[in-house]
Design a protein around this ligand. Structure first.
Ligand code: SF4
Length: 189
């Protein structure tokens, strides 16, 4: 599925002029190209002609964990690893589907350990088997250990429903970060 990177697109309109079906156009309200997926015939003219390399065909499937205590908001007052639960979502073909709610049991066992304790990083990782992306409002010092295995993503929007929209709109940035040899984590708005 073709996606426009909102961090790379400058709104030049070349993609719009090259698209034979009118599926790609610059939304002047946001200053970014958008792709109408129902009208897109996947000719990839937009992708080939974009001077910013802002359009990309994303075929990756990603498993995403959002740290939460209440199931509705991102863990508000502490690091991702201190969340009581992880909500697990799967991204594929432009869709984000809820998979399961995982209890952060290992964290509770390790409650006495200080932030940044290597054992705590291990405990968090073991509760997140099969996950590619971690989403929290804050990450602790263990981000240094976890970023080798996961893509750390900071989203400060409190509502998970809204955060999911941000994730869907930023899938280019997440995939790019995942492909990096040295990850630093990304902040999405
Ligand atoms: S050609 Fe690229 S930079 Fe220009 S509007 Fe389209 S996506 Fe954005």
């Amino acid at each position: 599925m073709l996606h426009v990177s909102k961090n790379k697109c400058v709104g030049c309109g070349i993609c719009e002029s090259q698209c034979p079906t009118g599926a790609v156009f610059v939304d002047k309200a946001i200053g970014i190209a958008v792709i109408n997926k129902d009208e897109c015939k996947r000719c990839e003219m937009c992708l080939e002609n974009c001077p910013q390399n802002a359009i990309r065909d994303i075929t990756d499937e990603l498993v995403i964990a959002i740290g939460t205590d209440d199931g509705k908001t991102i863990k508000p007052d502490n690091h991702f690893g201190m969340s009581q639960y992880f909500l697990i979502w799967k991204y594929a073909n432009g869709r984000l589907d809820f998979i399961e709610k995982r209890e952060n049991v290992k964290y509770q066992e390790d409650e006495t350990k200080i932030h940044g304790d290597p054992g705590k990083a291990k405990a968090t990782a073991s509760a997140l088997k099969g996950v590619d992306v971690l989403v929290g409002k804050m990450m602790g010092p263990n981000i240094d250990r976890l970023k080798n295995k996961f893509v750390p993503v900071i989203i400060r929007e409190p509502l998970i429903e809204e955060a999911n929209k941000i994730i869907r709109n930023s899938i280019n940035e997440i995939v790019e970060e995942k492909e990096k040899g040295e990850r630093r984590g990304i902040i999405l708005t």
